[in-house]
Design a protein around this ligand. Sequence first.
Ligand code: AMP
Ligand code: MG
Length: 334
Amino acid sequence: MHTLVVKVTGDTLSFNNDLLKCASIIKNGGIGAFPTETVYGLGANALNESAVNKIFIAKGRPSDNPLIVHISNLNMLHDCVTHVDQNAKALIDAFWPGPLTIVFNKHCSIPNITSGGLSTIGIRFPSNNTALELITLCDCPIAAPSANISGKPSPTRLSHVEFDLMNKVDFIIDGEKSLYGLESTIIDCSKTVPTLLRPGSITVSMIEKVIEHIDIDPSLINLTCSKPLAPGMKYKHYSPIAKVILFTSSTSLLKEANNYIKRNVSIAIITENSLQYSSLNVLVLNINNGKNLYHNFRKCDFLKLNVILVEQPTNSPDNLAIINRLSKSADSII
Ligand code: AMP
Ligand code: MG
């Protein structure tokens, strides 16, 4: 398959011929990648079963892992869901457009393939201009998981999408680096008490300023025991080819780094405190609050490094998202 790569810039995106071409590909049942403020998405018409199926094939995604549906106005929301309760309304007012996915009971117009067979559907109203213009031009809700091969680190730059999906999708839109670089926060509002299913840049403390209380999926806190409530969270995720070892203390990381160096194993260190490893003659990369995490994972693979030693940031509620992604990508935790 030939992949069309287009660059769209400027304020008057809706008059951009390349963007119109991408929208017409989606309207005709094709699939393509586009930038969003979280990570790049791989989109199809959420209402078209055969188009959505192409996403699962291109990514190698398990069919029970539901897709998030992207909208560019609130009328589209009402076509996708049965009911919007008070909690969901408050979250929409506070955080849309932006990096928050809300799970609702799904309208019968959304095919089962899109929701991974669930009776609920995750909806997001992104804030990225290119994403919004594309959805508006398509004039339909867009199902879009992250634009990577399943299990690999999510793409936050054009080069990541090209590496994973070139010649497997109809188009890739060349946009800016993803602003947040981590996937959206997901809250399930289909239950009486809203539940956090996936932490993201919109934190629990930000959410609890808007609605009184949310439950937190126990698997997000007890990383080893319980089965995640969001189907996709049960899979190993976000993983580079290099072995990832997560350390909760810098002393044990330093000791292990020296062991690897002695055995001539090629390593990199990912940390928020680069300075304390500057005496080691190895690549030291900064997490930068999650923004660079996936880029750094991919950089280590590009350099064909064997092992990535990651120093876990402080275990605080605001670091829940980054710690969640690190523990999902790690081969072991020390
Ligand atoms: P991705 O788009 O690749 O970031 O993956 C989407 C994530 O959203 C997966 O972890 C899914 O399990 C989760 N998700 C999507 N829709 C639902 C839903 N209706 N209920 C629970 N989790 C969902
Ligand atoms: Mg994904």
